[in-house]
Design a binder for this molecule. Structure first.
Ligand SMILES: NCCC[C@H](NC(=O)CCC(=O)O)C(=O)O
Ligand SMILES: NC(=O)OP(=O)(O)O
Length: 317
């Protein structure tokens, strides 16, 4: 079993219940991972993913090895048949096969390059590992998906959803950012929302900032952010760079920053963000530090989302 996309989940509600059970007693399965090794490979920075996934593995009694490819690994070649006479020192074929001999599970973080849309949307790095590794692969944010994040988001919404309402309203809102960021978090959030049975979902972003139509499919899009926020129970905020004008920042309108005035339009809505977040660019201090901000608990749930995934994989080894 691999965990590449939220689509690996057969029943989201069951997985969320199981994760909440793990959260109540995280050390219950400490012998499950005994003598098993998790290898975590990072091609980009991380705080939450690195520590929560490691913590999850330790809760299961696993050994953990972490490697940063950015400064410490050989530059990898991903193209079959490549003549390797320039930058890359090692082909993914050997690298993935070798790492598989040391690890029982390999977890990978490899962001989008945001230059070549086709390459990013083909998931070159994670697909290379899937092709050549001989052990299960876990996605710790790939070019286009961040499924450990969106599972943690689903856990968090279950914990904080209003009990009296049949169909909570959830808004995914774009917000400005000075750098070009990947679409992965937003994509996986959308895919997770498509698995939710009883929630109203709307995406809001400036015109021209549409996500991949293959991912958003039948999702409701509202270009008026204020309208989208009306009566929302959860406001999930994230910047992404332009998908059509690929990887470019074509809008940095500060009117899209989430402020207390905007949150006042919601149904006492909870503020969510995957973190790290740029204060007073994505969201005002007032909202982020306010009592309806659930970003810290959201980050806490990363441990239980990772632990559930590792637990399921370990049981199948
Ligand atoms: N893993 C959570 C988000 C990671 C990444 N954010 C960032 O790179 C923010 C960097 C900055 O704000 O400088 C993203 O958007 O996919
Ligand atoms: N949310 C998240 O994935 O955080 P890191 O990038 O710090 O791991």
């Amino acid at each position: 079993m691999n965990y590449i996309s939220i689509k690996e989940i057969n029943s989201l509600s069951k997985w969320v219940k199981q994760a909440i059970k793990i959260k109540k007693n995280p050390l219950k399965n400490q012998s499950l991972g005994k003598n098993k090794t998790l290898g975590m490979l990072f091609f980009n920075p991380s705080l939450r993913t690195r520590l929560s996934t490691q913590k999850a593995a330790l809760n299961l009694g696993m050994n953990v090895m972490v490697m940063n490819f950015t400064n410490e690994g050989w530059t990898l070649e991903f193209e079959d048949g490549a003549v390797m006479n320039s930058g890359a020192s090692e082909h993914i074929k050997e690298a993935a096969e070798v790492v598989s001999q040391y690890c029982d599970i390999i977890a990978i973080r490899a962001f989008a390059g945001l230059v070549d849309k086709e390459k990013d949307y083909q998931e070159t790095v994670i697909s290379g590992f899937l092709k050549y590794a001989t052990v299960p692969i876990v996605n710790m944010e790939s070019a286009i998906r961040h499924p450990l994040q969106s599972l943690a988001d689903a856990i968090t919404m279950e914990e904080f959803k209003p009990r009296h309402k049949d169909k909570p309203k959830v808004v995914l809102s774009w917000a400005p950012h000075p750098k070009a960021l990947p679409q992965a978090v937003a994509n996986s959030f959308v895919e997770m929302m498509q698995l939710q049975k009883d929630m109203d979902f709307v995406i809001t972003h400036p015109e021209g900032y549409e996500l991949s139509p293959e991912i958003t499919k039948d999702c409701k899009i509202e270009y008026d952010q204020n309208k989208a926020f009306e009566n929302a129970d959860f406001v999930y905020v994230k910047n992404w760079s332009n998908f059509n004008d690929y990887g470019k920042v074509t809008n940095s309108d500060p009117n899209w920053t989430v402020t207390a005035e905007k949150m006042a339009l919601t149904n006492n809505g909870k503020f969510m963000h995957c973190l790290p977040v740029r204060r007073n660019v994505i969201v005002s201090d007032e909202v982020l530090d306010g009592e309806n901000s659930i970003v810290i608990e959201q980050a806490n749930n990363r441990t239980y989302s990772a632990q559930l995934v590792l637990q399921k994989i370990l049981k199948k080894l």
